[in-house]
Design a protein around this ligand. Sequence first.
Ligand code: SF4
Length: 375
Amino acid sequence: MTNASVYIHIPFCRSKCVYCDFASFAGMDHLMEPYISSLVTEIGHAHPMTADTLYIGGGTPSHLPASLLENVMGAFNNKFRLADGAEMTIEANPHSASREMLETAKKLGMNRLSIGIQSFNDRLLKTLGRPHTANDAVDTIAQARSAGFANISLDLIFGVPGQSAADLIADLEKAVALSPEHLSVYQLTLEEGTPLEEMVEKGKVMMPDDDEQLAMYESTVDFLKKAGYRQYEISNFAKPGKECRHNLAYWMGDEFAGFGSGAHSFTEGVRYANPDDPEDYIRDVTVGGESGVEILTDDKDKIIDFLLMRLRLVDKALKFEEINSKFEIIFEEVYNSALKNIEKHGFATISNSGFQLTSKGLVFLDSLLLEFEKV
Ligand code: SF4
């Protein structure tokens, strides 16, 4: 692998949001220094390459002190050459993106900021367990602009318990009024073992049903289209030319190198995963200089994983020849029954050369993949 996308994971958060099952941790700030030292060591062991994109995600990267972010970027710059016009994204949350942090990130070369807003409605932010208000979010966007970020993405969530269709439109209106270059609008999913799941089980809150979720999704797509944002992935919308190149590489099945706890890498057809727990990660790197084990060793799992990513792209039918050459199979024959079933249920349209999900298929991607898993 000589050219790739690079991902660096920062697992620390100020508090844990009730719906979150990411590899992120609150109350572990005492591990920040040893963690960043391990990250520097792990990056130091990587093969040198040219990075087309860099994405520093989390967790909450903006929760790191500026000096530790400088250490991370020092290690990155020592090891990797940046391609001309490389996209360099860092994630930030409104409660922690201080002026100093934003200026440091800009000075270190970051040219894209992804801000976790989730909602401009304080009642819904409280339901989600977010430690910030709508006003904090608006302030952060203004600070980011004045720090020089010309490419900003905002994350929003729909399908929050207690969120009406009008609440969603109000959130979209506020977001669009702030003129971000990119918007990610995710459907809230109930993850196993999260406090939100317990709240739903105890009847404290109620998730919207499938029809309500589908209606919210369709109104989001419609609203953002009219506002000049092109949908290019299930949950992602961009002004012309502002699609996230880093994530596009994942969805297209390109190779990438990941560093830090919970990070995955995909190189020469093999996928590796680092342990989610920062303490395990620090221990691995301290002992061996590296971390990570091979995952997805079964061919069928690799195909399902590829479909999970690739089918997310909108207006980009998956050609049979693309998947056939990648996996050396005749996909349309092996998975014929699954293809027929998803078409019958209105999840996809199929042609002689490939297939494309409908908007219903995009919303229920996880369920329709079960059809392929059954084969
Ligand atoms: S800030 Fe993000 S990563 Fe951290 S707990 Fe909340 S949703 Fe999870």
